[in-house]
Design a binder for this molecule. Structure first.
Ligand code: AMP
Length: 301
């Protein structure tokens, strides 16, 4: 695996990979887990070559957020990507991605201000800006993103449409830990107790899925079922629990025509997100179980 750090080298490498066949891109911020690797594997299966980027993008973090403390695991990440047969890892510096004096930003209005965009103003401007740059550098045929970041998917789909990018976006299902917790690099920041508390998110989604199974299709009882899981959850602060249209991220009153059920919550100092899609009136992707870590360990002992 080649590890490239400059835009010039990466553009040249991608040009030659594209001449040989199709090229898939997996953008990440590193501290790679099986969720990221599921994207890499899908990209490998669908393209002649795969490039991965690791870049902790400062412009998507507001002052006071966790840019400095975001987990960084470059050596382990390289070993994992090497084992997956990735052709090139792009690991640029901030100066490479943001040339001195850079003032151009990509703002996806409206969609970019909803869900996480509402809780983290400016977040999706940073995401859209860096992903647009990566698309310019790599010019991939396909780019792979996780359903875990459902609002990000809606924002990037809008950007690709509006800015006439030729890339095809491929969205991959959420990969979970055995407990049901959605995998996230930020899980590395959780203590064992916090990991158990974090199960409130997938329990809320399970509760919504159960309500759907009972024939409740309207948003309000689904939201109420989710909120009940957070009431009294120790050291867990709900940010949002919403039922929205998966493309516009606007609230929907009923899920019969499809919906995204999304939650975000603070567990201690760490903000986590999770979601499930409703298709044809039922949960297309609900977590199978949300069991606390001790129970899981006892089961596996
Ligand atoms: P990140 O490094 O957190 O920016 O994530 C890079 C990509 O991996 C994004 O497209 C994420 O949506 C995706 N991803 C992160 N966690 C998961 C997960 N648990 N399952 C599937 N995809 C994920």
């Amino acid at each position: 695996m080649k590890i490239l750090t400059t835009v010039g080298e990466m553009q040249a490498a991608c040009r030659s990979l594209r001449r040989a066949g199709t090229l898939g891109l997996v953008p990440t911020m590193g501290a790679l887990h099986d969720g990221h690797l599921s994207l890499v594997r899908r990209a490998k299966a669908e393209n002649d070559a795969v490039v991965v980027s690791i870049f902790v993008n400062p412009t998507q973090f507001a002052p006071g957020e966790d840019f400095e403390t975001y987990p960084r695991r470059m050596a382990e990440d390289c070993a994992k990507l090497e084992a997956e047969g990735v052709a090139v890892l792009f690991a640029p510096s901030v100066e490479q991605m943001y040339p001195q004096g850079a003032t151009t930003l990509v703002e996806v209005a409206e969609v970019g201000d909803r869900l996480d965009g509402a809780s983290r103003p400016g977040h999706f401007r940073g995401v859209a800006t860096v992903v647009a740059k990566l698309f310019h550098v790599v010019d991939p045929d396909r780019a792979y993103f996780g359903q875990k970041d459902a609002a990000q998917v809606a924002v990037l789909r809008t950007m690709v449409r509006d800015l006439l990018f030729r890339v095809e976006l491929v969205v991959c299902p959420i990969v979970r830990e055995p407990s049901g917790l959605a995998m996230s690099s930020r899980n590395l920041k959780l203590s064992a107790t916090e990991k158990q508390r974090a199960l409130a998110l997938c329990r809320a989604l399970r509760a919504a899925a159960r309500a759907l199974e009972c024939g409740k299709t309207r948003a309000e009882p689904l939201r109420a079922a989710m909120l009940r899981q957070f009431s009294g959850a120790e050291d867990v602060r709900l940010d949002y629990a919403e039922v929205v249209h998966p493309a516009t991220l606007l609230p929907v009153a009923d899920t019969r025509d499809g919906a995204l059920i999304a939650v975000a919550a603070w567990v201690g100092q760490t903000r986590l997100i999770d979601n499930l899609l409703v298709e044809n009136g039922s949960a297309a992707s609900a977590p199978a179980a949300c069991q606390d870590a001790e129970k899981m360990e006892a089961m596996h002992a």
